[in-house]
Design a binder for this molecule. Structure first.
Ligand code: ADP
Ligand code: MG
Length: 573
């Protein structure tokens, strides 16, 4: 149950809507019980009166009005309750999703990468949804049930103490027994159901995303079978669920029947010490109607297992501590955007080998450094440390003379433009994909940036509204890279970090892009990663990384003169 605590806390903000919902639910139930009880009594009393002299004096009007009033109150109350409580729960779920997202974002790229996309999606959608059960199915019916039973008991006691207390005690007992029993019966299945639902989603997305590759390698049917298996498991869980629900309701109706017999038997000699009269009907109908209080609880608690599992899955994300935390306050730094690394050591969380070993580098403000080295030598890792995806294990990273840990996230992102090795294209329009780098940019600016990276043709058909990504035009590797560069142009930050921006481009385009850098990135502090050793003579310094260590460092000409590893690599290319 402790798993639910973080969510119950969110309720505070919406206490008004949620309490109003419960109040209306209570009023509705009361109207509903009142309707059945009053009309039961009214019909029998009227019948009895018809047989006797009392027919002259019997007041048909007042109870008639009461029945009508209760019927209307029930309808209005139910409508009001649905509107209010659903409105409040939807708002709650919105808050919960945002809350979940703000906890999730800082975990990337750290721990959260261990959770697969499809699973994360399932947590964000299905598991968050499951949290509305807590209020709608559990908290609200229990509270309304308890108050309902107390009120009903009090009213019936006014007519007859024994009958009132008997009914109240038995109802209360059922209210305690049903949740406990059916929570136990349903919890294992509910847990399995939540996990199997996630499994089905993961399998289906696997199959969908990899469809063409799976078909080419003849593995499509195997993956499809995995979906069917996951689905069968889920259906089996749902079947058990339905059976338990049916049993919970059936047994409750049975209990109702027996309770009715008991009440009739107790009331048969007359209610409140009087001769037998129509009040017996009132007691009987009150007993029948009282089960409206218990019905919402009947099947609800078998879902508690499901809800708890969802809460646990959400907690895995919500309660995780991020690898990196940023100070919330910006601080004043010099506007000389230099980059320094001192004796930096770093290894990835689950790796045995260090990705970087004792790396010391410095790039003065406005200078340009090229980092070269073979694949896996730690070049991208170095950039990730400068953009604070991770914190160093030892040593120090400083920007503009201040420790990188002092920079607030906004400040850091503002000061750096990154073209990463793998440029992500959002599933959106060309405009969305560019303006993320500069939300205030006008269309003309965006088109100018596209023009600079030679992508103006993308706007040929419908301009910046052209759709990219999954649902639209698929870009080639080179085009994606150029979108990345256009973003960097728009962002226009003083520090520029480029991770193999010309990889996979043909020679001519590479040349163009390099020229572009010359023109537009003047005066900026640049770290340029490449494994292609061309155009490097223009850089202020070159750093050769190997196995996470700085092997050689210096100007192009000097390194060639040394005839070391850089020279060797140059020869082989
Ligand atoms: P480069 O960019 O020079 O090709 P990387 O910096 O990407 O090299 O990788 C350096 C080393 O760190 C490699 O051995 C790589 O396998 C490892 N590595 C990279 N990213 C991760 C990660 N997220 N988790 C664990 N190891 C990683
Ligand atoms: Mg790399």
């Amino acid at each position: 149950m402790r798993d639910l605590l973080p969510y119950l806390k969110l309720y505070k903000k919406h206490w008004f809507g949620l309490s109003l919902g419960m109040l209306l639910a209570f009023a509705t139930l009361f109207a509903s019980i009142g309707l059945l009880t009053l009309s039961g009594w009214f019909i029998s009393a009227a019948a009895v009166a018809g047989l006797t002299i009392a027919r002259e004096t019997f007041n048909y009007m007042l109870p008639g009005a009461g029945v009508r009033g209760a019927a209307m109150a029930r309808t209005a109350g139910r409508w009001g309750e649905r509107v209010v409580s659903h409105n409040a729960t939807f708002k709650l779920l919105t808050d919960l999703r945002i809350f979940f997202f703000t906890k999730l974002a800082p975990l990337i790229p750290g721990k959260a990468v261990n959770i697969r996309d499809a699973d994360m999606l399932n947590r964000l959608v299905a598991d968050v949804d499951a949290m509305d059960h807590v209020y709608l199915r559990l908290v609200s019916p229990i509270i309304v049930g308890v108050f309902g039973i107390l009120c009903l008991t009090a009213i019936l006691c006014w007519f007859d103490m024994t009958l009132g207390l008997t009914l109240g005690a038995i109802l209360m007992l059922l209210l305690i027994i049903w949740p406990v029993v059916f929570y136990r019966l349903g919890s294992k299945n509910g847990e399995a159901l939540t996990l199997n639902k996630a499994e089905l989603r993961i399998r289906t997305l696997d199959w969908l995303q990899g469809y063409s590759e799976l078909t080419l390698f003849g593995a499509e049917s195997r993956y499809r079978k995995a979906i069917v298996t996951a689905q069968d498991k889920l259906i089996a869980n749902q079947l058990v669920n339905a059976k338990i629900s049916g049993m919970a309701q059936g047994l409750l109706i049975l209990a109702n029947g027996w309770l009715l017999i008991l009440m009739l038997w107790l009331a048969a000699d007359g209610v409140g010490g009087n001769q037998p009269d129509p009040l017996i009907a009132l007691m009987a109908f009150a007993t029948m109607a009282s089960f409206e209080l218990l019905m919402p609880i009947a099947g609800a608690f078998q879902y508690l297992g499901q809800t708890l599992t969802s809460a646990k899955r959400l907690n895995e994300v919500i309660l995780a501590t991020p690898e990196v935390t940023f100070p919330s306050e910006p601080f004043a730094h010099s506007n000389e955007y230099s980059i320094e690394l001192e004796h930096v050591c770093f290894s990835y969380p689950d790796a045995n080998e260090k990705a970087l070993r004792d790396v010391t580098l410095s790039v003065a403000a406005g200078h340009r450094l090229a980092i070269v080295g073979q694949t896996g030598s730690g070049k991208s890792t170095l950039l990730q440390l400068i953009s604070r995806y991770w914190d160093v294990d030892q040593g120090k990273v400083a920007l503009a003379g201040a420790q990188i840990q002092d920079w607030s996230e906004g400040q850091l992102r503002e000061a750096t433009s990154i073209v990463s090795q793998k440029v992500d294209i959002l599933n959106g329009t060309l405009r969305d994909n560019l303006s993320m780098a500069k939300p205030s940019a006008s269309d003309a600016e965006l088109i100018e940036a596209l023009d600079k990276v030679d992508l103006a043709h993308l706007t040929d058909d419908i301009g910046l509204d052209a759709w990219l990504g999954d649902g639209g035009r698929q870009l080639s590797g080179g085009e994606k890279r150029r979108i990345g560069i256009a973003r960097a142009l728009l962002h226009n930050a003083p520090i520029l970090l480029l991770d193999e921006p010309t990889e996979g481009l043909d020679k001519k385009t590479e040349q163009q892009i390099m020229q572009l850098f010359e023109q537009h990135f003047k005066g900026k502090t640049v770290i340029f990663i490449t494994h292609r050793l061309v155009h490097l003579e223009r850089f202020d310094a070159i750093c050769l990384l190997e196995d996470g260590e700085v092997l050689e460092y210096g100007h192009h000409q000097d390194l060639l003169r040394q005839q070391g590893r850089y020279f060797e690599l140059n020869q082989t290319l």
